[in-house]
Each structure stands twice: as structure tokens, then as C-alpha cells.
Write a protein that binds this ligand. Structure first.
Ligand SMILES: [Zn+2]
Length: 250
């Protein structure tokens, strides 16, 4: 299967947090999207690898993605080494995505940083014909990044307003992570109510940059070519008072 977009996360809920609305928007528009969780998130304070996989698959269904793979690399000990690069290269070669999205290259969490580097390096090496890995060489045309803990200046903002409820639904599927702490769950940073309200504020802030209710920032490190200046859509244009009047009159 050839995918249009393949999104990578170090942990099973990363893509939902930073790119969930964008993935949902693209699946709704008919694009084939896939998610690859590099680790099973087994070192997380709450949940187990098995529970988190079940939650990730429920979230995948809500987001409408074609596939959700878990590479099972070691959580909290993620390294950029030949063995892990090969695993990422082989998944890229198997699904041959046009666009690959990984986490931003700056973050407090070491796994997020290394996931970013792994994805960028693997996307390049995957295109080398003689690189010793399974399947035929394939290099995605774009490697983009989404924001997790550290938010940088985005290259683009995707309007996700119409898909926000589904983004929240996909996040809520990760009950072991975002469910309120109770008898069976420990208090963590992400199950404190401030986390979800902070994420919503951030999505609103990103949206405000393009006059949308909610948005997700995308960062692309390489300069993108542009053939046609008029293909830039710019911000939404307001109707002039005259146009608004015409609409009111029968
Ligand atoms: Zn994470």
C-alpha cells in the first residue's frame, strides 16, 4: 500500500497531541494516512504496552487512518543507531509515503528529540538504492515536523476547526494517559486538567495565526520551492459590506 502521509511518534499518543487534527482533516479529504509509533510507551507512568496499543488502535479508527504500526523500540531509551534506523527505513519503504511527519527537532523529552532525528535520517537513507534494508529504495518528497513539548515558529498552520471534536475524541481514546487520576492511575503531567486545557489554548493560538478557531503548526526545515506566487491562498478574505448586503437581499 502506498500512503500519502506517514506520521511518526515516539509514543502512542504523540501524533494525536501535535498532529491529530491534521491527520483527521487529510483522511476526511480522502488521503491515505498512516501512523507509526516508534515505541509501545511501556515506560509511561500509567498503562501498559498492551493497554496503550489497544487505545492507539481505537484512536486510529477515530482518525480514519489506513494503518497504525508499532515498531516496539525501547521507550525512554530511544537511540539513533543503525538497528533503529533500519527499522524506520523499512517501514518507510514498505508504505512509500509522499510526506513523512515527525516530531519537532527541539523538545525537553529525549525520546521526542531522537524520534525527530531518527525520522529525518531514515527518510533520507531510505532513498539510497544500496542501503542494506528490505524493500526497494524510496525517499519521501517532504519531511515535516509537528510540535509536542516545545513550540517553535511554524512554517504553515493547518486549520483543524471542523475536526476538533474528533481530535479530542482520538485523544480521549488514550484513557490510561489522559483519564483523570483515580484509584488505578497515578497523577502525571498529562492527566492533570491543565494539560488538556493548555493543549486547547495552544491549538487556538495556532488557529489565531490564520484566523481560524483551531490550528496545528507544521514546521519544514528545508526551503520549499514555489512555482506560482498566486497559488498562495493567504488568509481568509472578509466579504466587503457591499457583498454582505447582496447576500442579505433576496
Ligand atoms: Zn511523547
Amino acid at each position: 500500500m502506498n500512503l500519502d502521509i506517514m506520521a511518526f511518534g515516539a509514543h502512542p499518543d504523540d501524533v494525536e497531541i501535535g498532529l491529530g487534527g491534521t491527520v483527521i482533516k487529510h483522511t476526511a479529504n480522502g488521503y491515505k494516512c498512516g501512523i507509526v509509533d516508534l515505541t509501545a510507551g511501556e515506560t509511561g507512568t500509567n498503562g501498559t504496552a498492551k493497554i496503550r496499543r489497544e487505545e492507539a488502535l481505537r484512536a486510529a479508527e477515530i482518525m480514519g487512518v489506513e494503518v497504525r504500526e508499532c515498531l516496539g523500540l525501547p521507550d525512554a531509551r530511544l537511540q539513533v543507531n543503525e538497528e533503529n534506523l533500519r527499522a524506520v527505513i523499512e517501514i518507510i519503504r514498505r508504505y512509500r509515503p509522499k510526506v513523512v511527519v515527525g516530531s519537532y527537532h527541539l523538545d525537553r523529552h529525549p525520546d521526542h528529540l531522537r524520534a525527530s532525528q531518527l525520522v529525518r535520517e531514515a527518510a533520507y537513507l531510505s532513498g539510497l538504492w544500496k542501503y542494506p534494508a528490505e524493500d526497494e529504495a524510496h525517499r519521501p518528497s517532504v519531511v515535516a515536523q509537528y510540535f509536542l513539548g516545545h513550540v517553535g515558529e511554524p512554517t504553515f498552520v493547518v486549520d483543524i476547526s471542523k475536526h476538533y471534536e474528533r481530535k479530542m475524541g482520538a485523544l480521549c481514546a488514550h484513557e490510561s494517559q489522559f483519564g483523570l487520576p483515580g484509584d488505578t492511575q497515578w497523577d502525571t503531567l498529562v492527566n492533570h486538567p491543565a494539560f488538556m486545557s493548555g493543549l486547547q489554548s495552544r491549538d487556538q493560538y495556532m488557529g489565531s495565526k490564520i484566523q481560524a478557531a483551531y490550528g496545528e503548526g507544521i514546521y519544514v526545515q528545508e526551503i520549499q520551492p514555489l512555482e506560482d506566487l498566486t497559488s498562495l491562498k493567504g488568509r481568509r478574505r472578509r466579504k466587503t459590506p457591499r457583498e454582505q448586503n447582496e447576500r442579505r437581499e433576496p
